[in-house]
Design a protein around this ligand. Structure first.
Ligand SMILES: Nc1nc2c(c(=O)[nH]1)N[C@H]1C(S)=C(S)[C@@H](COP(=O)(O)O)O[C@H]1N2
Ligand SMILES: [Mo]
Length: 319
């Protein structure tokens, strides 16, 4: 993809970078480049044999998606969270509320075959299977800072496509104002759904149509240069990096254009703790803790949380 040009505005600010020689160690670099998967189109295994990186990814990204790196190379100085750390510290309540256990309990989840239904207020409602999405959507890599409302953060190399590309395809009606999205939920495959019946499954979230069409908003189908492991929301999940993690729902099965602000999972459960917008605002404390700083995974270092998680220049115009 030599002609793929990623505007530098997606790059993380200088304040979050480290000198080049302090970047990924070789083991992480091998994993990040997907070298552990060379030549294997289906059921490829990652480089590191030990640790919580799953033995097998649930599906393969097309070769072009796995190799669509930044032209001239990924920004070399960004300190990307080691994959072993990101894939072993997850929020995915459909499996468990224990972040360190999600990857283990997710092993029984079968994310293929998969289809996403795009419906509601649009001219061309349609259901797209995973293969069609991967083959026809403009998949690229984006390194984004990720911030959970619980005040921890990571830096993640997502592989995905702009949600706008999918919305353009169904041609929203002029009356559509919001995009409602729904996650998969199955008691048989997801022990957290079976064990926590008090939650209003399936998980549901929403963006305004303007947020959904924003250039930063992705549907991720991969991470670290390969398919999304189950614990990260295989095979397709939302990424909106200026918002808290709870907005970024996983394992999406339905996307619906609607004409008013719909209820959302955490906002419905506790509106005073999880507002609809879920924007990263270090100046607005959560009722039970400050949002001014966050804990970097896995080092535990405390850093100041930037306004809109570092994307103020891109999204301030939305608000
Ligand atoms: N379906 C679903 N999506 C979800 C969640 C969830 O419990 N279920 N948790 C959210 C929260 S709170 C966070 S912080 C992120 C975590 O994403 P990660 O585990 O891929 O880092 O997923 C979000 N998406
Ligand atoms: Mo979160």
């Amino acid at each position: 993809m030599a002609n793929l040009v990623l505007p530098p505005r997606w790059r993380l600010p200088e304040s979050q970078v480290t000198p080049h020689d302090a970047w990924l160690n070789r083991r992480q670099l091998v994993a990040a480049l997907g070298l552990g998967c060379v030549g294997a189109a289906v059921g490829c295994t990652p480089g590191p044999a030990s640790g919580p990186v799953p033995e097998r990814y649930p599906y393969a990204l097309p070769e072009f998606a796995r190799s669509s790196r930044y032209p001239g190379g990924r920004p070399p100085t960004v300190e990307i969270t080691p994959e072993e750390a990101a894939s072993a510290y997850n929020n995915f309540y459909e499996f468990t509320t224990d972040k360190a256990e999600v990857w283990k309990l997710a092993r029984g989840f079968q994310p293929t075959p998969w289809a996403v239904e795009v419906a509601g207020l649009c001219h061309k409602p349609q259901t797209l299977d995973l293969e069609t999405l991967l083959a026809t959507m403009p998949v690229e890599e984006r390194v984004y800072r990720f911030r959970c409302v619980e005040a921890w953060s990571m830096v993640v190399p997502w592989v995905g496509f702009p949600l706008k590309a999918l919305l353009d395809r169904v041609e929203p009606l002029g009356s559509a104002t919001h995009v409602r999205m729904v996650s998969f939920a199955d008691k048989a495959q997801m022990p957290g759904v079976a064990d926590q019946p008090w939650y209003p499954w399936p998980y549901f979230e929403a963006l305004t149509l303007a947020e959904a069409r924003h250039e930063l908003t992705l549907l991720a189908t991969g991470i670290y240069g390969h398919a999304l492991p189950r614990q990260h929301g295989a095979p397709v999940r939302l990424v909106a990096p200026w918002k808290y993690g709870y907005k970024q729902l996983k394992s999406i099965v339905r996307i619906e254009l609607v004409a008013s602000q719909p209820p959302t999972f955490w906002n419905q459960l506790a509106a005073d703790e999880y507002d609809f917008l879920g924007n990263v605002r270090p100046d607005i404390p959560h009722p039970r803790w400050s949002q001014a700083t966050d804990r970097v995974i896995p080092t535990g270092e405390r850093v100041k949380t930037p306004m809109y998680n570092g994307y103020a220049a891109q999204v301030a115009g939305l608000y």
